[in-house]
Write a protein that binds this ligand. Structure first.
Ligand code: F0G
Length: 455
């Protein structure tokens, strides 16, 4: 019996097709919009294919102590809610997911929010949330007999794709904007054997070129326009609901780039509610960088009904995207959950990242937009002290060590960006100092730093 229960539904015109009928660019042949995976049996209350909530909760918990390979994955542990493969035995896994949910005591205190957490997706095998989507979509590629897979990327998608392709024995092609991705990410694509092309184009240019290529060659597209990516990326919603004992937090805050991830998480929570696993949706807000803010502008101008692409600039290179492919899906999630879409400045991002550092949690600059956004929402009175809030941290701090070192050395931000934030920045900076190799010199450096507490 096949494990496969899915079909694809166009997000724009509602056309339904089978998975095998999808075009190589995953666009609807009728209206050009993107597809979503759907599971027809779930809609019928008494349908045989409709999963049973209590049984599922029990099963998923049991799997945490199982010795089965697939149960070690925080994505495939929830496989009843992503029946996209003919056989789950074909799943390609690096034991992704099952990431930590950390309390943030310092930020809680500073913001007066009692229940504040970070879901750290940077703790995945290649150091970003992309692994949860890649395990799903690479498994589909392998099952459908593709030999080549490809993506355009600001770095993390390519790192994840290269790792999972290597694991699956597939070849892969990466298109990246030349000079605009962090070294840590580029090094991963190299290590895992990707054919990596650095193009004189931005992310949006890389993706549109790749779309032309996959329409001509038998290469499987693994950007988040591929709806199977989102099936994997919805599973952190299940982990969060499980961690909250099948209630949901009041508010989830997610960074926005190409807007696949916010779409996926919204879908995850929506499905949990449809299946009776939770009774409500969290508010889902999306935060962008000021220089790469097409969705935030769209919400300011027309409540997310139309989007004008922008030329993107931000040091948070992961989200340096001006023409996000999944913007309609993400806008729907924000609208349906009564969330917000905001943008934050380069200075606010850098400060928020350093503040997360003081909690012992490193993350990428793109992830830190969540804390910067929460601070704004709190200031505006849109988040109240009693609410439970989860920040989704999307990438590991070591992906972009240059950014962190630049902040602490004082070279990251220019003078104009520091104005008004000088004291805050100085209180967070923690530069390394060159010291003579003598105990007295090291002790002198300590005294200098601890300002008298050594006596
Ligand atoms: N955070 C990080 C660390 C990312 O790498 C990305 C996207 C995002 C947030 C935004 O997620 O695109 O789903 O809205 N990185 C892609 C890449 C574009 O190519 O690695 P999104």
């Amino acid at each position: 019996m096949s494990d496969n229960l899915h079909q694809l539904r166009c997000f724009g015109c509602g056309t339904r097709i089978s998975g095998a009928e999808a075009r190589p660019d995953f666009r609807c042949a009728l209206c050009g919009d993107l597809f979503e995976v759907e599971y027809p049996g779930w809609g019928e209350r008494r349908g045989n294919d409709r999963p049973n909530p209590a049984a599922l909760k029990w099963l998923w918990r049991e799997r945490r102590s199982s010795s089965e390979t697939l149960d070690h994955s925080g994505v495939w542990r929830f496989r009843e809610l992503l029946p996209i493969l003919d056989s789950f035995g074909d799943a390609v896994t690096l034991f992704e997911g099952n990431t930590p949910l950390y309390p943030l005591p310092r930020a809680s205190k500073a913001l007066g929010i009692e229940k504040l957490f970070a879901k750290h997706q940077g703790m995945n095998p290649t150091g970003s949330f992309k692994d949860t989507g890649m395990t799903a979509a690479i498994s589909v590629a392998k099952e459908r007999g593709f030999e080549w897979v490809a993506c355009a990327s600001t770095g993390n998608t390519s790192a994840a794709m290269a790792a999972y392709a290597a694991r699956a024995g597939l070849r892969c092609l990466v298109l990246i904007p030349d000079g605009k991705i962090a070294w840590g990410k580029l090094s991963q694509a190299m290590d895992y054997g990707a054919v990596t092309c650095q193009l004189k184009a931005d992310f949006d240019g890389c993706l549109s070129l790749l779309t032309e290529i996959v329409n001509q060659a038998p290469i499987y597209l693994l950007n988040s326009v591929n709806p199977y990516r989102l099936e994997g990326q919805k599973t952190p919603a299940f982990e969060i609901a499980e961690a909250f004992d099948w209630t949901v937090p009041d508010h989830l805050i997610v960074p926005g780039g190409n807007l696949g991830n916010s779409s996926a998480l919204g879908k995850g929570f929506r499905e949990l509610r449809e299946l009776g696993l939770v009774s409500r949706l969290p508010r889902i807000s999306v935060i962008q960088a000021e220089g790469a803010n097409p969705l935030a502008r769209s919400f300011r101008d027309n409540h997310g009904t139309a989007l004008e692409p922008v030329e993107a600039h931000t040091r948070a290179t992961a989200i340096r995207i001006g023409n996000p492919a999944s913007w309609r899906k993400a806008a729907r999630v924000i609208q349906d959950t009564d969330g917000w879409c905001l943008d934050v400045s380069e200075t606010e991002i850098a400060i928020a990242k350093a503040e997360l550092g003081t909690e012992g949690l490193g993350c990428e600059p793109a992830s830190a937009v969540t804390l910067a956004g929460l601070k704004k929402l709190r200031e505006r009175g849109d988040v109240s002290p009693g609410e439970s809030v989860v920040l989704l941290l999307t990438g590991h701090t070591l992906k972009d060590a240059d950014y962190t070192i630049g902040f602490h050395r004082g070279t990251l931000l220019d003078e104009a960006e520091k104005v008004g934030f000088e004291t805050k920045i100085e209180s967070l900076r923690c530069n390394a100092v060159a010291v003579d190799a003598t105990h007295s010199a090291v002790l002198a450096a300590l005294k200098c730093n601890l300002k008298g507490s050594l006596g």
